[in-house]
Design a protein around this ligand. Structure first.
Ligand code: PMT
Length: 397
C-alpha cells in the first residue's frame, strides 16, 4: 500500500508518527504532507525520520520526491489519508481550494481518499462542517466517524481522532479484492414503520448501520449495489442506488420487483412482522376514563420466504436477530426460509446488533458450514460476510 498521509492542525497530529510506524508495520509505504498548522502540533523532522522520506511542508519548496511534489506524489500514491482532518481542510476539499501543499495535492490525487475529522465537538456539530462532510461523502470520500469522549480542550463529546488501528483498518479496507465486480447486489437495511394513526407507528431499534456497511463494502468490491432502506439517520454510501421505503409492504414490493435482476440479495433489514389491521384516519384520542388502547395486529408479508420461492432466485443472505438459543434458532430459520447463508447475531447483547457500532455473528450455510465472525466493527463484519458470499459464488460459476 502506497499512502500519502496528510497531517493538519489538530492536537491529534501528535499521534501521527505512531500512525506512520503502524502503517509501515501493516506493510505500507508512507509519504507525509504536513500543513503549516499541522507543523505546530508535530515536528516534520520526526515524521521525516519515521517515514524515512522528506516531508512536504511547503508547496514552494522541493522535498526531493523528484519533480513537482504534488504531481510526483500523485503518480506514486495509491490512497490519501488525511488524519487528523481539521474543519479547514475539510472545507478546502469540499470546495476544491488549492492554496497549500495538502489541498493542492488532494486535487492531483487519484485513488481513494480517507478523511479522519478531528476537532472540538461544537465545531464538528457546526452545520457548515456537516454539509462539507456530506459533500465529500457524496463524492465517495471515506469519512471516518470521530470517537466521542474527553477532548484535549477539556470538553466531552464527539471529535476525537480514532486510534491508529481503526484508521489502518479503514485504509486497508480500500485494498480488498474487487471480487464482486459486475454483480448486481441488493441490500435491505434499517427498520420498517407500521402506522397506527397519522402520528404513531410500530417500529424497532434498527439503525441501518449493518446494511449500510454491507452496501458500502459491496460497492467498493465492484458490485452494482441497490440499497432498499427503511427510515435511518445514515448517509447513503457513495455510488449506491437508494430505494427509500417505510413499511414492510413497501420493502417487499421493492425487493421482489428488483430481485429478478440481482445475483445477490442480503437482507439485513429489521422488517416488522406485524402491522395494525387498520390505520386510524385521525390521531387516536386517549379515553377520558384513563383506559388503555388495544391494537389488533395482522401479519406482514414474509419477504425472505417469498424471495426464496422465486425460480431462479438470487444468492440469498438472511440475518437472524435472536435473543436466545441463537444457533438453533438460526439453523431452524435457515432451513425454513431457504436462504443460502444466514447471519445469526445475538441482539440481547447491547454491545452488538441493533444500533451498535460493532457486531459479532455466526454465519450458517445451506451447505452445512458454520463460520464465526468475532466481535468487530460492522464494516469488518460486512467484509467477512462478503468474503463468504464471494467464495460461494466462485464455486457456483
Ligand atoms: O440496523 P442495525 O442497527 O445495524 O442492526 C443490525 C440488525 C440487528 C438489524 C441486523 O444485524 C439484523 O439482525 N437484521 C435482521 C433483523 C430481523 O428482522 O431478523 P429476524 O430474525 O426477525 O428476520 C430474519 C430474516 O427475515 C431477516 O433477514 C429479515 O430481513 C427477514 N424478514 C423478516 C421479517 C419479514 N416480514 N420479512 C423478512 O424478510
Amino acid at each position: 500500500m502506497r499512502i500519502v498521509l496528510g497531517v493538519t492542525g489538530g492536537i491529534a497530529a501528535y499521534k501521527t508518527p505512531e500512525l506512520v510506524r503502524r502503517l509501515q508495520d501493516a506493510g505500507a509505504e508512507v509519504r507525509v504532507i504536513v500543513t503549516e498548522a499541522g507543523a505546530h502540533f508535530v515536528s516534520p523532522l520526526s515524521l521525516a525520520v519515521v517515514s524515512n522520506h522528506g516531508v512536504v511542508t511547503d508547496q514552494w519548496k522541493d522535498t526531493g520526491h523528484g519533480g513537482v511534489d504534488h504531481i510526483e506524489l500523485a503518480r506514486w500514491a495509491e490512497i490519501l489519508l488525511i488524519a487528523p482532518a481539521t474543519a479547514n481542510i475539510i472545507a478546502k476539499l469540499a470546495y476544491g481550494i488549492a492554496d497549500d501543499q495538502l489541498s493542492t495535492y488532494a486535487l492531483a490525487h487519484r485513488g481513494p481518499v480517507v478523511v479522519a475529522p478531528a476537532m472540538n465537538t461544537q465545531m464538528l456539530l457546526h452545520p457548515t462542517v456537516g454539509e462539507n462532510l456530506r459533500k465529500l461523502q457524496a463524492r465517495g470520500v471515506d469519512v471516518i466517524e470521530p470517537d466521542a469522549g474527553l477532548l484535549a480542550c477539556g470538553d466531552e463529546g464527539a471529535g476525537r481522532m480514532p486510534d491508529p488501528p481503526v484508521l489502518i483498518e479503514r485504509v486497508r479496507s480500500h485494498f480488498g479484492a474487487r471480487d464482486l465486480e459486475g454483480l448486481n447486489l441488493l441490500v435491505t437495511a434499517g427498520p420498517t414503520r407500521e402506522a397506527i394513526d397519522p402520528v404513531r407507528y410500530i417500529s424497532n431499534r434498527s439503525s441501518g448501520k449493518m446494511g449500510y456497511a454491507i452496501a458500502e463494502a459491496a460497492r467498493r468490491r465492484g458490485a452494482k449495489v441497490t440499497l432498499v432502506s427503511g427510515p435511518t439517520m445514515l448517509t447513503v454510501p457513495a455510488g449506491v442506488t437508494l430505494q427509500q421505503v417505510t413499511t414492510a409492504t413497501e420493502m417487499r414490493d421493492a425487493v421482489l420487483s428488483a430481485a429478478p435482476t440481482q445475483q445477490i440479495v442480503i437482507k439485513a433489514a429489521a422488517v416488522a412482522d406485524f402491522a395494525p389491521v387498520t390505520v386510524a384516519e385521525t390521531k387516536i384520542k386517549k379515553s377520558t376514563d384513563g383506559g388503555g388502547l388495544t391494537l389488533e395486529l395482522k401479519r406482514n408479508p414474509d419477504i425472505l420466504a417469498e424471495l426464496s420461492q422465486l425460480t431462479p432466485h438470487p444468492f440469498i443472505v438472511a440475518f437472524a436477530a435472536e435473543t436466545n438459543d441463537v444457533t438453533e434458532n438460526a439453523r431452524e430459520k435457515l432451513r425454513r426460509k431457504g436462504a443460502d447463508l444466514i447471519v445469526a447475531n445475538d441482539v440481547s447483547n447491547r454491545s452488538i446488533g441493533f444500533d451498535a457500532e460493532n457486531n459479532e455473528a455466526l454465519v450458517l450455510g445451506k451447505d452445512g458450514s458454520e463460520t464465526r465472525i468475532p466481535f468487530s466493527s460492522k464494516r469488518a463484519v460486512a467484509e467477512r460476510i462478503l468474503d463468504l458470499v464471494g467464495a460461494r459464488l466462485k464455486t457456483k460459476t
